[in-house]
Design a protein around this ligand. Structure first.
Ligand SMILES: Nc1ncnc2c1ncn2[C@@H]1O[C@H](COP(=O)(O)OP(=O)(O)O)[C@@H](O)[C@H]1O
Ligand SMILES: [Mg+2]
Length: 363
């Protein structure tokens, strides 16, 4: 018929997409559907290819309009939201989708992309979160630099003052005050250093095996909590190595495992605390603004009380802590490290089960 008959390879490539795609004739007749669309519609592509696309969508007229406009070259692509009827059967729940109609190389053929709306909004949300995290990080970094400079001056002046006061009568008494100033300046200095830390060290890139990272973290945490804590492994050993900074990744995982162990304190005392390190392969994942064919997931699960709901949405932000004496920097650092590996961390938590998921793209 047309270009597509000469390019079956190109059509097969469409089957690898997670997005639903169809090629339609300008008169609305379906020419080809990819595997993702076939699955959602629960009909074979042979059946679908004999149907009219208007019939699949709740808003068939809107589609007609889009197809006309795009094929007349009034606009090169058109986007709208509607519902996709599945199975062409009335009892099946319709799927909210965003439809994009665009031109192809061939004047008679149009490309129809259907993106599930839930996926769309999740992606939007993730992008927004990433932007926000970026902005917060910059703010913190600037603030930290602003604090760092005068801090050196304050500490130096307090030291000089202490020296001046030493030989005087009041010296021993006032030394207490200068000590407080110096001690607090040091504490602030170390906080500022930790705020700036993730940006300071250059990455050391090599081949990383995720299970080596897990094993290392496991032995570190078991050394810290020798009694009452079980750390179970559930590894998919088929996962390949990838390029990354091994030490940084150990740090990222360790921060999460340490939080879990801290949250598990009462269970550790009772002897039934459990952390699970689970690795899995994931396909066709979107991380930030990029799409990857293959990724690994490392789940760090614990049977503790869960993340306090009032801070759940903010735990990756700096200085957010639900713990007495916590710095609120652990998860920020872990997230930064994951992002430096093009990955990300998210968290799903309820009382009795908390799951931190690190997703990292694979080659
Ligand atoms: N596995 C977990 N279970 C319950 N709460 C958690 C867990 N992991 C993190 N949190 C919460 O997230 C907060 C932030 O963690 P983090 O950034 O490491 O800072 P910090 O540990 O210094 O408080 C913790 O204080 C805790 O309230
Ligand atoms: Mg922590």
């Amino acid at each position: 018929m047309t270009a597509i008959d000469q390019d079956p390879e190109g059509l097969r490539a469409l089957d690898m997409l997670a997005t639903m795609v169809a090629l339609v004739h300008r008169d609305g007749a379906c020419v080809h559907v990819n595997a993702a669309l076939e699955t959602q519609m629960q009909l074979s592509r042979r059946v679908l290819a004999r149907s009219h696309v208007q019939d699949w969508l709740e808003d068939g007229a809107r589609l007609r309009e889009a197809i006309d406009g795009v094929s007349r070259n009034a606009y090169s692509s058109s986007r709208f939201e509607t519902l996709l009827r599945r199975g062409l059967r009335p009892h099946e729940e319709a799927l909210p989708v965003q439809v994009i109609v665009s031109q192809t190389d061939s004047p008679d053929l149009l490309l129809l992309e259907l993106i599930e709306n839930a996926q769309q909004s999740r992606q939007d949300r993730e992008e927004r979160t990433l932007d926000q995290v970026q902005a917060t990080k910059e703010l913190i970094r600037n603030l930290a630099h602003e604090i760092k400079n005068p801090l050196g001056g304050i500490r130096g002046a307090a030291q000089l003052l202490a020296l001046e006061l030493q030989p005087t009568e009041l010296g021993p008494e006032l030394a207490e005050y200068t000590d407080v100033i110096i001690h607090e300046a040091d504490r602030l200095q170390s906080l500022v250093d930790r705020l700036l830390a993730p940006h300071r060290r250059a990455q050391v890139v090599g081949d990383v095996n995720i299970h080596e990272v897990c094993e290392r973290v496991r032995s570190l945490i078991l050394a810290e909590y020798p009694k009452g804590l079980k750390v179970r492994r559930d590894y998919d050993t088929s996962l390949p190595d990838f390029r990354g900074d091994r030490e940084q990744l150990i740090q990222a995982v360790l921060n999460i495992v340490q939080n879990a162990a801290q949250a598990l304190a009462p269970r550790i005392a009772a002897g039934d605390a459990e952390i699970v390190l689970r690795t899995r392969v994931a396909r066709q994942v979107t991380l930030g603004k990029q799409r990857w064919r293959l990724a690994l997931e490392l789940h760090i699960e614990d049977n503790g009380p869960g993340v306090p709901p009032e801070i759940h949405d903010r735990i990756f932000y700096p200085l957010v802590s639900g713990r007495e004496g916590g710095s609120g920097l652990g998860l920020t650092l872990s997230q930064t490290i994951a992002q430096q590996h093009q990955g990300m961390i998210d968290c799903d938590s309820e009382p009795g089960r908390t799951d931190f998921r690190i997703t990292l793209p694979l080659p």
